[in-house]
Design a protein. Structure first.
Lengths: 169, 114
């Protein structure tokens, strides 16, 4: 069986964090919870997730903690291939657009519907990866076929020039 | 009439009483502290901090099914954030405190029955 997808969560609110962690774990993902962005960035050196669920307001508990948007910028600088889903209590289109401008894949507003929405977006990311993988395989196959046909034509031309193939017969 | 509705938590945990107890326990722990913080922050006129506390409480109130407080906590967050009509905040915080305290008693009773 393939290793479960690593989905890490950065959330300073214990209850929110536990709920997201429990929900995603129950869906088969390998989940780790970090209470600060700084602790996630330290762990990133040796343990990189495929997807990160990142709280937007990360200084509710610790005022000196780095905000979610700052963590997003640093994650994208260090590991651009990690897909980041921003998670916030702010139902604001401006905040959502701002986070996507810095590379977030999507934005989820906290609340009862947030858990299934997170699950849906993670599924969407996986489908996108699969379609990119299929497209890459298709391109490789296409290139291989073109090379094969070109090779055959080349061989025929060489055959004709050297007299080994006589097309008039 | 009951102030709480545990349908969301029951669905979310698929009836896992251990998880329900865990989440309710976390709320019972954090709610009184958050209310005390909001009262203090209003006295100190720290409206930005008050907004952050209300903001954190908002989804938690919803998970515990305390529907009567969903609007109040949103109003507290908005008023503190915009720093407008702040004179109405003490009344709203007091209402939140009274109702949330009753809801917490109900939640504690619900946990005991799980």
């Amino acid at each position: 069986m393939a290793n479960p997808l690593k989905v890490y969560v950065v959330e300073d609110d214990n209850m929110q964090g536990e709920m997201v962690k429990d929900h995603l774990t129950s869906k088969g993902y390998s989940v780790k919870l970090f209470s600060t962005g700084e602790s996630f960035l330290s762990a990133l050196e040796s343990d990189k997730p495929e997807i990160l669920v990142l709280d937007y307001n990360l200084n509710a508990v610790n005022k000196s903690a780095m905000e979610g948007i700052e963590i997003l910028k640093r994650v994208k600088d260090r590991a651009a291939d990690i897909e980041v889903i921003m998670y916030s209590g702010q139902d604001s289109i401006e905040v959502a657009v701002d986070t996507m401008r810095y590379g977030a894949f999507d934005y989820v507003v906290k609340g009862a519907a947030a858990f299934t929405r997170l699950e849906f977006i993670i599924g969407k990311i996986q489908k996108l990866w699969l379609s990119q993988e299929n497209e890459s395989k298709y391109r490789k196959l296409n290139n291989w076929l073109i090379a094969l046909i070109a090779g055959m034509f080349g061989a025929i031309i060489v055959g004709v020039i050297t007299g080994k193939i006589d097309l008039t017969k | 009439m009951s102030l709480i509705d545990l349908d969301f938590l029951k669905n979310f945990t698929k009836g896992d009483t251990g998880k329900m107890k865990k989440y309710i326990g976390m709320f019972l722990d954090i709610a009184p502290k958050s209310i005390a913080d909001m009262e203090r922050m209003y006295t100190e006129k720290s409206f930005d901090d008050l907004k952050v506390v209300a903001h954190s409480l908002k989804p938690q109130v919803s998970y515990m099914g305390i529907k009567s407080l969903e609007t109040t906590i949103k109003e507290i967050e908005l008023l503190a954030g915009s720093k407008t009509n702040v004179d109405s905040l003490p009344e709203k915080i007091a209402f939140f405190k009274t109702e949330c305290t009753k809801a917490c008693t109900e939640l504690a009773e619900a946990v005991a029955k799980l």
